[in-house]
Design a protein around this ligand. Structure first.
Ligand SMILES: Cc1cc2nc3c(=O)[nH]c(=O)nc-3n(C[C@H](O)[C@H](O)[C@H](O)COP(=O)(O)OP(=O)(O)OC[C@H]3O[C@@H](n4cnc5c(N)ncnc54)[C@H](O)[C@@H]3O)c2cc1C
Length: 379
């Protein structure tokens, strides 16, 4: 459906992303799920085609586009039928690299942004720990000054792209004397830094996504790897969570839309009692309701993006979006599996994978309960 928020230029970007996803991604996702990774070559291709430069400022070899562009790209990635593949570039473009774009010093921007735009370097963001997920302030990974640098000790949990990313932005306590949020900073740790290791985590879904536990054992990085200002990390994280939630819900909406389309095809073919499933009102009406909800979710997503592009506070709207669409995607997948009958339950069918992959939408990047509390406080 057309949206008033999307310009012709963005429609052209959408068309090129859709074409790329259909030609280069969809035919390969099953293999990548088995391999438990997305090959680096596909990310190189995406970089060359300009998909990583949408949000990078023009002065650093990007296109300097806004939040609406992020939703367009995320929706198209979501249509690839494997959430683990779809999230891989989105973490780079919308969850991790914005720490430099938005909060980095001019030197850090010049050093990294052109490489992020081209795909020469892929990024990850490491906030969550085994004992600190929703409660970011509870992180324990610590960085202390050591000579002209920082020495980091601790670990991170569930970090997307964590095993292969060229640089991870790590949330660490740089001041343990102050309580809560004030002592947290963001520090860039490059992949081959001594003492930095990772281990992949097996999951229910998102099999092609590299989700890793990260370990920092006396890791030393130079002082200028500290992103922005010391002690401002919690503010940076909360600020970028808005962008993150918007992008991952763009992904969720693309996934939900694709699942409805696949199910429409199926129910128009599959016959019971002498007629296609589509002819049974119970089925087509439920699909129509789910489509209506996805349409509503999309409008909210683009409205959030537009508000953020105008620099209008949209914490309430983004929290509502994350809560609403995170749950909606799961309802959509439930019904889509249901209408595929036994085929929907067959291991490794496309819709079975999409059902498993969707489960993370209401958990990752701000679980529904937390998002509803954010929204409730702003009612
Ligand atoms: C596949 C995957 C990829 C991820 N990628 C990344 C990544 O790249 N970088 C990163 O930093 N993190 C990442 N995460 C972490 C993710 O953001 C967290 O899992 C999420 O924020 C929830 O934190 P938690 O798992 O610690 O759950 P908890 O915080 O322990 O919460 C458990 C449950 O309790 C609920 N709950 C918690 N507090 C309250 C409350 N006060 N009131 C009511 N209910 C509450 C939550 O909503 C949730 O349902 C990833 C996670 C997964 C599974």
């Amino acid at each position: 459906m057309k949206s008033i928020y999307i310009s012709e230029d963005l429609e052209a970007i959408r068309a090129s992303a859709r074409d790329f996803v259909e030609r280069e991604v969809v035919p390969n996702v099953e293999q990548w799920e088995t391999d438990r990774k997305v090959p680096r070559e596909i990310l190189d291709q995406m970089g060359k085609l300009g998909f990583f430069s949408l949000r990078i400022p023009e002065e650093y070899e990007g296109l300097g586009l806004g939040h609406v562009a992020s939703v367009v790209f995320a929706e198209e990635m979501g249509r690839c039928t494997a959430g683990g593949t779809a999230i891989t570039p989105i973490v780079h473009t919308d969850l991790a690299s914005p720490y430099v774009t938005n909060f980095g010093t001019p030197e850090q921007k010049a050093r990294w942004l052109p490489k992020f735009a081209s795909g020469e370097m892929i990024t990850a963001i490491g906030v969550t720990e085994a004992d600190a997920g929703s409660d970011v302030q509870a992180i324990r990974t610590a960085a202390v000054r050591d000579g002209d640098g920082w020495r980091i000790n601790g670990s991170k949990m569930f970090i997307t792209n964590g095993g292969f990313a060229d640089v991870v932005f790590v949330a660490a306590k740089t001041n343990t004397d102050v309580k809560g949020s004030r002592g947290i900073s963001i520090i860039a740790v490059e992949h081959d830094t001594p003492g930095f290791t990772s281990q992949q985590i097996e999951k229910m879904g998102w099999h092609s996504s590299d989700t890793a536990q990260l370990f920092f054992d006396d890791v030393w990085v130079p002082a200028d790897n500290l992103i922005g200002e010391e002690g401002r990390g919690f503010y940076y994280i909360m600020n970028n969570f808005q962008n993150e939630r918007l992008a991952v819900m763009g992904l969720a909406l693309g996934e939900a839309q694709k699942a409805i389309e696949l199910t429409l095809e199926y129910v128009k073919e599959r016959k019971t009692f002498g007629q296609p499933l589509w002819e049974h009102q119970a089925i087509r009406q439920r699909l129509a309701m789910r489509q209506a909800e996805v349409d509503a979710g999309r409008e909210l997503a683009y409205r959030c993006a537009w508000l953020m592009d105008q620099e209008i506070d949209a914490v309430r709207e983004v929290s509502e979006l994350k809560a609403f669409v995170g749950e909606l995607e799961n309802r959509v997948m439930y019904d889509c599996v249901q209408f595929h009958g036994g085929m929907g339950f067959a291991a490794e069918s496309t819709i079975e994978r999409m059902y498993r992959d969707a489960r993370i939408s209401s958990i990752g990047g701000g679980a529904t309960e937390i998002m509803l509390d954010y929204a409730a406080k702003r009612l």
